[in-house]
Design a protein around this ligand. Sequence first.
Ligand code: ADP
Length: 544
Amino acid sequence: MQGLMMDMPLLISSLAEHAARFHAGREILAVTADNPEHRYTFSDAVSRSKRLAKALQALGLEQGDRVATIAWNDHRHLEIYYGVSGSGLVCHTINPRLFPEQLVFIINHAEDRFICVDPMFVPLLEAIADKISNVEGIIVMTDADHMPDSKLPNLHCYETLLGEQSDDYEWPMLDENAAAALCYTSGTTGDPKGILYSHRSTILHAYASVAPDAMGLASSDTILPVVPLFHVNAWGIPYSAFMAGAKLVLPGPKMGDGEALYQLMDNEDVTMALGVPTVWLALLQYTEQAGKRLDKLERTLVGGAAVPRSMIEAFHKKHDVELRQGWGMTEMSPLGTVNAPKAGLEGLSEDERLDLATKAGRGIFGVEMRIVNDDGEVQPWDGVAYGALQVRGPWICSDYFKLEGKAGSHTDDGWFETGDVATIDPDGYMAITDRTKDVIKSGGEWVSSIDLENCAMGHPGVAEAAVIGVAHEKWTERPLLIVVPKEEGGIEKDSMLDWFDGKVASWWKPDDVVFVSELPHTATGKVKKIELRKQFADYELPTS
Ligand code: ADP
C-alpha cells in the first residue's frame, strides 16, 4: 500500500521562494571588489536571481547547460547559485587557485557554455582563452563602471544583463533528480573529477545541515562562511542559510585576512562561522597579536582537514566559542559527520572533552559509515580497530561526471570509498587517522600522521606541522616531522622531538624533524603531502 502524501519535487528554487516569503527582510552583507560593504536583503537576492535566470535564457541557455563561476564569496555569486540552478541550468563552480592546465581541463570537460567571473580573475581566462573554445560568453560580475579593459571576445557585464530584465519569472518545475551543480575535486593525482549534485541531494543535505547536532542553524543566526562558494558549495551554506533564514556575511576576497575576518565578525554580530583550520590559524594569530576577543561568535564549524587540539582549546578557553569539527568530502556535498556533544557524555572531564573534540564526529542522519580492513572485512566500532572508511547516502555521489564507473570509487555493493582511514568508537564518533595514501607503515603497523601533526601543533612554538613517511631500511617507513616554527630558530630539534614523549606511543615518535619557513598548500588550503613526499624522498633519517 502506498502512502497518501504529495509528491512534490525537492527543488533549489523552493529555497529561494521560502526565503523570499518568510525571511524577505533578512540581510546579506557582502564584500566585493567594487564595494567593501554591499548590503541588501533575501528578497533582493531572489529578485535578482530571477532577473539573472531570464538573462541567461535570453542568451540562449537551455536546461542542463553548464554555467561556470570563478569568483569569491559575494552576493552576485550567491544570486548565480539560485538563478542558474533554479532555472534548470547547472552551476559549475571553479576554484580560481587551480593551475591554468587544470582550468582548461575542467572547463572543457564540463562543456561550460558561459563563465561568470570576478573582474580580478579575468586575466586567468585571458591566459587560456584560445584553449576553451566551447565557451560562448564571459559574464563579468560587476557594473558597467568597473568593467575591466579586456580583449576577450563576448564579454558581458553582469549588472547590465540584470538591468535589462524584470523579476517577473516563474521557476520551472524540474525533476528533483536533475543536475543542479557541478564541482571538481582538486585532484592531487590524475585529472580532476566532477561531482554532479542534484536538486534532491542538495535539499536533503540542507535539511540535515540545519539540524541542532549538525550546524544547528536558526533564523536568529548570522553566518560567516569562510569556506569558498567555489568549493563544494561553501559546505551548502547558500542553501541551509536560506532554509533557516539566517543572515549571511560574505567576505569576498578577504577570506585569508585575519583582521578583516575579525572586523566582519565584530561589526555584523556573526554567531556562526565556518572554515578550514588554516583560516582559523590566521584569525587566532591576529586576535592574539591584537589582544582581541571573539565576543559575539558562538560557534565555528571547522573541517576539511584534521583540527588540532590546540585550536579547539584556543577557541574554547580564550574566546568561549564552541568549535565543532566536521568531516566531509566534495563527493559528499560535503557533510558526513559533525562532532556535537552527545547525551550520556556530560560527565566527561575537560581533558576528555577536548580529546573527544579532536575526532571528526558522529555520522549525521542520512550518512551511513563502515570501516573495512585490507581483506574487505567490516571492522568493529570499538575506537581501536581502523580501516578504510566507506559511506553511502542520498547526498553522496554515485559516480563521477562522464566517468561511468571507471574511477573505481565504489564497492560492488554500492558504498563510496572515501580514501580515508578511520576508527569509529562505540558512541559513533569517527576519527580520521589518515588519508589512505598518507598512512605511514612502520614495521607492518600503521602510524597516524594526523595524530602526530596534532600533537606537534600543541607545541607553543609551532605555527604549522606536517608528518610524512620516509623510507627506512629496517621499518619500511618512519615518520619525519616538518615544522614551520612561529619564530625562525625558535625551537631546538631535541626539544621538539622530546615533546612527543608520553603523548604518543614511543614507537610513533618521529625519527627526525626539519624546520622550514612554509609548507606547500593545495588550492583548498590543505598541506600538500604529495609535494612534501617528493621534496623529502631522499631524506636520510639519523641511524641511531
Ligand atoms: P580536496 O581536498 O580534494 O579538495 P575535499 O575538500 O573533498 O577534497 O576533501 C576531503 C578530504 O579532506 C577527506 O577525505 C579527508 O581526508 C579530509 N578531511 C575533511 N575533513 C576532515 C577532518 N575533520 N579531519 C581529517 N581530515 C578531514
